[in-house]
Design a protein around this ligand. Structure first.
Ligand code: CP
Ligand code: NVA
Length: 300
C-alpha cells in the first residue's frame, strides 16, 4: 500500500493511525527491531521537519533511514524515476519521497515494489495533514463539527491535503484567500463529499466562528522566482492579532512551518498563547511512526 494522496486513507484507517500514534508517542520499545527495515528518504526539495522526524521515527522504531538527495544521485543526471524505483526496491523496504510534481511521485510508486509515502509534492502534503488533524483531535477531542479556516495560499499543497483530511473527519472548512485566487477545484470537490466547504475573500467572514486558523508560507518551494508577486497578492491575508479576533474566542493557530514572521503570520501570533505550532511540529514524528508501521504491516 502507498500513501500518495490524502484521500488514500478512509476515515477508519485515519482513526486507526491516530490510535497507533497515541501508543507510539511516548514509547521507547522498538517494534521493528527484529526485522530492521530500511526507509529511503528520496528528496528533491529542502526539508527540516519531515526529513528529521521520519529519520528519527525510523530509528526509534528499530529500523534505519537513508537520506538520498536527488541532486547528488544519478537522478540529477537523467536516470529515470522508474529505474530508480526498481533499483531502490532491491535495497530498502519503504520510500518516503519529496518531489516537485505529484505525477512524478505517482510514476515512482508505479515502478516501486515497496510502499511509497508522499513527503510533499506540488499538490499534496498528506503526512502533514494527517499529523495536523491528530494535533487538532488531541486538542479538541472531537473533530466532528469543528470549523477550520485556511488563510492565505488556499491553493497550496498544505491546503489541498488539509481540506480532504479534515473534511473526512467531519470538520467544516473555510478557505480564505484573495479575490479571484481560487482553491484547486478537484480538492474542493473531494472535500465537499465529506463536509461543508466555503470559499471567501473576506477575512472577517471566513474566520468567523472558526476553532482553528491555519496558514502556510505565501511562497512555496519552487515559486521563488515569483516571490514578490505572491507576497503582494496575499498581503491582506496575514494571520495577525486583528485576524485572530474574528475567530472564536480561544481559537487555535496552526502553521506547518517553516514560518516567515511578518509575512503570512506575525510574531505575536505564532509565538503567542493561541499557537499550537510547536506541538504540531512535534506530533509529526508520532504520526509518521504510525504511518511507517501501518504501511509495513507491523503492529504498534
Ligand atoms: N512542515 C514541513 O514539511 O516542514 P519541512 O519542509 O521542514 O519538512
Ligand atoms: N507550501 C509549502 C509547505 C512547506 C512545508 C511548500 O510547498 O513549500
Amino acid at each position: 500500500m502507498n500513501f500518495l494522496h490524502s484521500d488514500d486513507l478512509s476515515r477508519e484507517q485515519i482513526n486507526e493511525i491516530f490510535e497507533m500514534s497515541d501508543k507510539l508517542k511516548g514509547m521507547n520499545k522498538r517494534p521493528l527491531k527484529k526485522s530492521s527495515p530500511i526507509l529511503a528518504l528520496l528528496f528533491e526539495k529542502s526539508s527540516t521537519r519531515t526529513r528529521i522526524s521520519f529519520e528519527s521515527a525510523m530509528i526509534q522504531l528499530g529500523g534505519s533511514p537513508i537520506y538520498i538527495d536527488s541532486r547528488t544521485s544519478q537522478m540529477s543526471r537523467g536516470e529515470s524515476l522508474g529505474d530508480t524505483a526498481k533499483v531502490l526496491s532491491g535495497y530498502v523496504d519503504i520510500i518516503a519521497a519529496r518531489m516537485y510534481s505529484q505525477q512524478d511521485i505517482e510514476e515512482l510508486a508505479r515502478h516501486a515494489e515497496i510502499p511509497v509515502i508522499n513527503a510533499l509534492t506540488d499538490l499534496e502534503h498528506p503526512c502533514q495533514a494527517l499529523s495536523d488533524m491528530y494535533t487538532i483531535r488531541n486538542e479538541f477531542v472531537k473533530v466532528e463539527g469543528l470549523r477550520i479556516a485556511f488563510l492565505g495560499d488556499i491553493a497550496a499543497n498544505t491546503a489541498n491535503s488539509l481540506m480532504v483530511t479534515a473534511s473526512k473527519l467531519g470538520a467544516g472548512i473555510s478557505l480564505v484567500g484573495p479575490k479571484g485566487y481560487m482553491p484547486d477545484e478537484r480538492y474542493v470537490k473531494l472535500a465537499k463529499k465529506y463536509a461543508n466547504v466555503e470559499v471567501t475573500s473576506s477575512v472577517k467572514e471566513g474566520l468567523a466562528d472558526c476553532d482553528v486558523i491555519y496558514t502556510d508560507t505565501f511562497v512555496s518551494m519552487g515559486q521563488e522566482e515569483i516571490a514578490k508577486e505572491r507576497k503582494a497578492l496575499f498581503s491582506g491575508y496575514q494571520l495577525n492579532a486583528e485576524a485572530l479576533r474574528y475567530a472564536k474566542k480561544g481559537a487555535k493557530v496552526m502553521h506547518c512551518l517553516p514560518a516567515h514572521r511578518g509575512e503570512e503570520i506575525t510574531a505575536d501570533v505564532i509565538d503567542g498563547g493561541s499557537s499550537m505550532v510547536w506541538e504540531q511540529a512535534k506530533n509529526k514524528m508520532a504520526v509518521e511512526k504510525a504511518i511507517l508501521l501501518y504501511l509495513l504491516n507491523a503492529k504498534s
